[in-house]
Design a protein around this ligand. Structure first.
Ligand code: ZN
Length: 209
């Protein structure tokens, strides 16, 4: 069962050791990533590969449609550990164009539990209805919703008390919003970076419908 994957794993580990004999031994000691990646579970959006980082360099949280619900214990635990213990310097909220979660949130079909998970996207859609209705082409409209969703999730992260308290302590921490293109492999910075409480007001202006 899954022999190909096991063989892949052995070859990968051998390549790592061939390039750097102490690679795994160092990682056993500790992880000290500077980045927290919050991205979509989509198999085409692998965090480490997209930003070309090795194991140990990025702490990763992925869920459908890269959401940061303020009541989700899984996300909050990741955020707290990354900020309070690992002391990451950057949080990257990364959406992607062509996100199936974004499309499913607003296509009116019923799928069950996932409809509840995707509820925050319908709220974003509702709040920006005017802007979205003005975009005639569906693909373009959904891609804009991907961007608006990232901006909203950045706002969730920056307004969370874990991040607020880190800034109050003087901790160096920036939160960024990116969107990844499946078609080109490139990320676009949405320029909604927040590095402290005083910058939050600007982001709230951006997010205003
Ligand atoms: Zn997605």
């Amino acid at each position: 069962m899954l022999d190909d994957l096991k063989a892949n794993n052995r070859r990968w580990a051998e390549r790592k050791v061939a390039a750097d004999a102490g690679f795994f031994k160092r990682l056993v000691g500790q992880q000290a990533p500077e980045y927290l990646w919050i991205g979509c579970s989509d198999s085409r959006v692998p965090a480490n590969e997209i930003i070309d980082l090795d194991p140990g360099e990025v702490f990763v949280h992925r869920n459908i449609a890269n959401l940061t619900p303020p009541q989700d214990a899984n996300y909050l635990s990741v955020l707290q550990f990354a900020v309070d213990v690992l002391k990451v310097k950057h949080i990257l909220v990364v959406g992607h164009y062509g996100c199936g979660g974004i499309a499913a949130a607003v296509d009116g079909q019923r799928r069950g539990l996932i409809d509840h998970w995707l509820h925050p996207i319908r709220e974003v859609c509702h709040e920006h209805q005017h802007e979205l209705d003005a975009i005639p082409e569906e693909r373009t409209r959904l891609d804009r919703l991907c961007e608006l969703n990232v901006i909203r999730q950045v706002r969730n992260v920056t307004s969370d008390i874990i991040v607020q308290d880190a800034w109050a302590r003087g901790q160096n921490l920036c939160v960024h919003g990116w969107v990844y293109s499946l078609g080109t492999g490139l990320v676009t910075d949405l320029n909604v970076t927040v590095g402290g409480r005083e910058e939050l007001a600007r982001l709230e202006d951006e997010d205003r419908p």
